[in-house]
Design a protein around this ligand. Structure first.
Ligand code: FEO
Length: 405
C-alpha cells in the first residue's frame, strides 16, 4: 500500500491483514483488519505504532514507508501508543534494522517493552502533556488508560489537528486501497459501522467508563482528523466516530435502559422443542413490530452474538436444559456477556426440559452481576402444548412492549 498523506508532515501507512487467524486469538475477522501506522516528519522522523508479523504486514509497512521516501532505518523515534502485539509484535525485528531509534510510550508501556520484548535501552516514558519536538513539528501525548489496555496513550499533532488514537475509534475490516472516511460509499460505511460495533463489543466494551473519561480528557482539542490503529481515518467527519463511541459507551451503563429499541434473540435447541417455543415468542415480538436479530448458538460465533446483544435493549435467551443445567453453548455466551459488561438489559429466558429442569439455578448465578430485568421465564416439559405456546407468544409481546416503552 502507498502512504496516504494527511498533511505535509503526516502520512498514514497501513497493512491490510487477510487471514483465517482470529483477532486476539478469539474474534473472527473474515473480512480482515488493517494495522495502521503513521509517519510524522519534521527535521526528525517519528513512526507511530508498528505491526506484528501477520499476513505480510511488515513488508506492507516497509513498502508504504518507501512510497513516502522513508525506511525503517531512517526513523528517529518509534512511538508506541499501546503495546498489544498487533501493534508491536515486530519490534525486535525493527530494532535489529534500526537500533538507534528511541522508543516512546507511557511508563506502563515502557515496562511492557521490557517484559514483552526484552528491550532495555533508548526508552523514554512520557506522561500526560509531554511533548516531542521533531523540528518544525511537535507531538503531544495524552494518557488514556484502559482504552483498552492500562498503558494506552494517544498522540496529538496540533498543526494538522490529527489524533492518533490507536485502538480507540477503530474497526475490523480491511481497507482495500482506501483509507479516508470520504472515500467510502454509504453502503461501505454501513459495513464498517457494523464491524466497528463488533470490534467495540468484542474488545472495548468492558472499558466503556474509560472511553467516556478519555473522550472527556480530549474535549479541549480541535480534532480535525481521527487516525486510529485499525480501520478508516476520519478526516471529513471526525465527530461521527467520536459520537459513535460515546453512544456505544452508554450501552454499557448498568441501571439505564441501555441500548437501541430492539431485541437480540439468542437460541440453542437440541431436538426442536425449544425452537418451537421460541417461534411462538417471535410471533409475539413481530406482532408488536419491534425489530430483532436472531443468533443460534453454538452455530454462530459469539463475537457476532455479543455485538447485537450489546446494542439491543432486550434479549431472548432460549435454551434447553442439558444434563440438569444450562445448554453449555449458552453458558459460554453468558460468561462472555459478564466479561464484556452486557449490563442493563431486559431479558426473557425460555426453554424445554426432558426429565427435569435445572437451568434456572445456574442461569441466575450467571447473570447475578449483570443487573438485568426479567420478563417472567417460561419452561416446559418436552414439546410445548398449545396453551404453553399461547403463553410464550404473550411473553414475546410483553418483552416487545417493554422495549417500546
Ligand atoms: Fe489493536 Fe489492542 O490492539
Amino acid at each position: 500500500m502507498k502512504a496516504q498523506k494527511i498533511s505535509e508532515s503526516v502520512f498514514c501507512l497501513y497493512a491490510d491483514v487477510q487471514t483465517a487467524d482470529l483477532f486476539e486469538g478469539i474474534w473472527p475477522i473474515p473480512r480482515g483488519v488493517s494495522l495502521n501506522s503513521y509517519l510524522v516528519r519534521g527535521k526528525k522522523t517519528a513512526l507511530i505504532d508498528l505491526v506484528r508479523d501477520w499476513s505480510g504486514a511488515p513488508k506492507q509497512l516497509e513498502e508504504a514507508l518507501a512510497s513516502a521516501g522513508a525506511g525503517f532505518n531512517g526513523i528517529d523515534y518509534l512511538i508506541l501508543n499501546h503495546l498489544e502485539p498487533d501493534h508491536t509484535g515486530w519490534l525486535g525485528e525493527f530494532r535489529k534494522i534500526n537500533p538507534k531509534a528511541g522508543i516512546i510510550s507511557t511508563a506502563r508501556g515502557i515496562n511492557l517493552v521490557k517484559t514483552f520484548y526484552k528491550e532495555e535501552t533508548g526508552l523514554r516514558a512520557v506522561k500526560d502533556g509531554d511533548t516531542l519536538d521533531l523540528g518544525g513539528v511537535e507531538l503531544a501525548f495524552f494518557e488514556t488508560p484502559n482504552i483498552h489496555w492500562p498503558e494506552t496513550m494517544m498522540t496529538w499533532e496540533p498543526e494538522s489537528g490529527t489524533l492518533f488514537s490507536c485502538d480507540a475509534f477503530g474497526s475490523f475490516g480491511a481497507l482495500g486501497g482506501r483509507i479516508f472516511d470520504d472515500e467510502f460509499s454509504v453502503e461501505e460505511h454501513g459495513f464498517y459501522e457494523k464491524e466497528g460495533l463488533r470490534y467495540y463489543a468484542n474488545i472495548v466494551s468492558s472499558f466503556s467508563a474509560f472511553v467516556e473519561r478519555g473522550i472527556q480528557k480530549l474535549a479541549g482539542l480541535n480534532i480535525a482528523c481521527v487516525a486510529p490503529g485499525h480501520g478508516m481515518v476520519w478526516r471529513k467527519n471526525p465527530r461521527t466516530i467520536i459520537d459513535r463511541y460515546l453512544k456505544y459507551a452508554s450501552y454499557s451503563r448498568a441501571g439505564d435502559a441501555s441500548g437501541e429499541p430492539e431485541i437480540a434473540v439468542i437460541w440453542g435447541s437440541m431436538y426442536g422443542n425449544t425452537k418451537t417455543g421460541l417461534d411462538a415468542v417471535i410471533r409475539g415480538i413481530e406482532a408488536e413490530g419491534v425489530p430483532y436479530s436472531i443468533h443460534r448458538v453454538p452455530n454462530e460465533d459469539v463475537s457476532y452474538v455479543l455485538a447485537d446483544a450489546f446494542k439491543s435493549r432486550a434479549l431472548v435467551l432460549a435454551m434447553p436444559t442439558y444434563e440438569y443445567a444450562m445448554f453449555p453453548p449458552m453458558a459460554y455466551v453468558l460468561d462472555i456477556f459478564a466479561r464484556k459488561h452486557i449490563f442493563g438489559k431486559t431479558v426473557l429466558r425460555i426453554g424445554s426440559w426432558g426429565w427435569v429442569g435445572g437451568a434456572k439455578k445456574e442461569y441466575e448465578a450467571a447473570i447475578e452481576a449483570l443487573k438485568w430485568e426479567s420478563v417472567p421465564s417460561m419452561e416446559w416439559a418436552g414439546a410445548p402444548t398449545e396453551q404453553e405456546l399461547a403463553v410464550l407468544e404473550e411473553r414475546g409481546r410483553e418483552l416487545a412492549r417493554v422495549v417500546k416503552a
